[in-house]
Design a protein around this ligand. Structure first.
Ligand code: PLP
Length: 382
């Protein structure tokens, strides 16, 4: 066996999702998957693509039309990549995997926020890289001083940014973008910006990929899984300048050849005709975010208000249970599944992740059950 692979574990998100099936009547607030259907235009385009036998390999980089359309879509967000600088991948996951593979040699240092999406650490460990965790602040924004300190002490090669954040719902602020610009300008870091949730945001959107002076140092990873509820259709993308893209493409090509053709036609139609869907999705997500935030506050949780994506990350420190035990008991005793914060790095201990991409009725039931359970465990503790 590969010792690096042996050293990592299956994602804690999936572990808790799978446990729900073992508890009859349990309600799951675990998974990072929008409950909205795929927009009809996308479905129609995929049906047409099948009828017209568009079932062959596409070019390794993906359909030209899709890459052109994506280039136009990103330009509207002030992110400028030509179609030659865009590769369509098998979800954001393969995009991330190909990017890290292209960059990391054994021993290379990679700055990863703790708290963050768990795949970064695991991939870096598989490749023999050195994970260097930077801290996040109380509101889950980046602790810039911690990044600067790591750069001084460890001479890292890569910095991973991940906003809007899974699991915290935090977004990149204008001032953090400026601070990161200084860091990027004055270092040799390559910066990977994972923007899987960039279409699901409640206010201003900022991305380091908007900073033209840093384009040579940035690799943008995005995708359609969350944007168009296309999680099972597996279409993502990587944007990078030629020096990076040449290497990323080799890994992508030997790994998957190309992303699924039918789903690429779906994503293309989505960019052309389904962007309207994002308005109602964001309105609905904001309504749910407000509801869950207020309910959790009402129960006495310390919790930061989510600004994007569809997760909320309350602290459970005052309940004197570790996140694993809290979630185990919540599932067994209240029949609600959420994800323990330690699935998102060491600093995630003391938190739980609640996914609110479920209908209001489910969220209300979930919150009611948590509230009732908390009142019981508080009585027991007294
Ligand atoms: N990046 C982040 C931050 C995510 O939360 C996810 C999925 O949950 C991914 C990447 C992977 O996305 P995909 O399902 O497109 O592979």
């Amino acid at each position: 066996m590969n010792v690096n692979v042996e050293s990592i574990a299956i994602s804690g998100i999936r572990r808790f999702f799978n446990k729900v099936a073992e508890v009859p009547g349990a309600l799951s607030l675990t998974i990072g998957e929008p409950d909205f259907p795929v927009p009809q235009e996308i479905k129609n385009a995929m049906i047409e693509a099948i009828k017209n036998d568009k079932t062959k390999y596409t070019s390794n980089m993906g359909l030209d039309e899709l890459r052109k359309e994506l280039s136009n879509y990103l330009a509207k967000k002030d992110i400028h990549y030509s179609m030659e600088e865009i590769c369509i991948t098998v979800g954001g996951s393969e995009g991330l995997f190909s990017v890290f593979n292209a960059l990391i040699n054994p021993g290379d240092g990679v700055i990863i926020p703790s708290i963050a999406y768990p795949a970064y650490e695991s991939i870096v460990k598989v490749l023999g890289g050195r994970v260097l965790n930077c801290e996040v602040n109380g509101d889950f924004t980046l602790n810039i001083e911690s990044i600067s300190r790591i750069i001084k002490e460890h001479n890292p090669k890569v910095l991973v940014l991940s906003y809007p954040s899974n699991p915290t719902g935090a977004v990149l602020s204008n001032s953090d973008m400026e601070a990161l610009y200084e860091i990027g300008k004055n270092s040799d870091l390559t910066i990977i910006s994972d923007e899987m949730y960039s279409a699901l945001i409640f206010d201003e959107y900022y991305s380091l990929a908007q900073v033209k002076e840093l384009k040579d140092k940035i690799i943008l990873v995005g995708g359609f899984s969350k944007m168009f509820s296309m999680t099972g259709l597996r279409i993502g993308y990587v944007c990078a300048v030629d020096v990076y893209m040449k290497q990323i493409l080799k890994v992508h090509q030997y790994n998957v050849s190309c992303a699924p053709s039918i789903a690429q036609f779906g994503a293309l139609e989505g960019l052309r005709k389904s962007l309207y869907h994002l308005d109602s999705v964001n309105k609905e997500l904001k309504k749910r975010a407000d509801y869950v935030y207020k309910r959790l506050q009402g129960m006495g949780f310390e919790v930061a208000e989510p600004m994007g994506a569809f997760y909320i990350f309350p602290s459970i420190k005052k309940f004197n249970l570790c996140s694993e035990e809290f979630c185990e008991r919540l599932l067994k005793e209240a029949k609600v599944a959420v994800v323990p914060g330690n699935a998102f790095g060491r600093a995630g201990e003391g938190y739980i992740r609640i996914s609110y991409c479920y209908g209001m009725e489910v969220l209300k039931q979930g919150m009611d059950r948590i509230e009732k359970w908390l009142s019981k465990i508080k009585i027991c503790d007294n």
